[in-house]
Design a protein around this ligand. Structure first.
Ligand code: FEO
Length: 171
């Protein structure tokens, strides 16, 4: 049986993934409303991925016979300074999630929760990719600044994102 500490931390991580899902959805709505449909599409897809992360942990806890305790999701920010500012916030969010996953991994190791250690390895790799992608987008926006045609190109590029396969769940 998992220790109370590990169970609580896994439930908190589910909340964090759902918070990311909600935040990305709000970011997508903001971009859509400003006719940056490519950005909106990219963010909507990211939002779907976050829901997938939450459900991967949710399914894993059930397989491990741990109670899933869902808690309130904070309201997302709905007004942003600009489209590039949205992606800066996305990167900051990914960095925060990575720190949380790393802390959870350390806790699982300390508590000798070995199955959880293995499960969390997927999340660690996923965060490396998500941070890398968000960082590259932020860097491009910094280069573009206020150049309208480059902004439109960037919107088109982001709109080319296609869904990735569902994360391999434990359920
Ligand atoms: Fe599931 Fe992007 O953190």
């Amino acid at each position: 049986m998992l220790s109370d500490k590990v169970q609580a931390a896994l439930n908190e991580q589910i909340n964090m993934e759902l918070t990311s899902w909600y935040n990305y959805l709000a970011m997508s709505a903001f971009c859509e409303h400003r006719n940056f449909r490519g950005c909106a599409q990219w963010l909507r897809m990211q939002s779907d991925e976050e829901l997938g992360h939450a459900m991967k942990l949710y399914n894993f806890m059930q397989v491990r016979h741990c109670p899933v305790v869902l808690s309130a999701i904070a309201s997302p920010v709905t007004q942003y300074e600009s489209i590039p500012a949205v992606f800066k916030l996305a990167l900051a969010q990914e960095e925060k999630v990575s720190a949380s996953i790393n802390a959870l991994y350390e806790l699982a190791l300390n508590e000798k929760a070995f199955a959880e250690v293995v499960e969390l390895q997927w999340f660690i790799s996923e965060q490396v990719e998500e941070e890398r992608t968000a960082r590259a987008i932020v860097a491009k926006f910094e280069l573009i600044k206020d150049d309208p045609s480059a902004l439109l190109d960037m919107d088109r590029e982001l709109g080319e994102r296609r869904p990735e396969p569902e994360p391999g769940g434990a359920a």
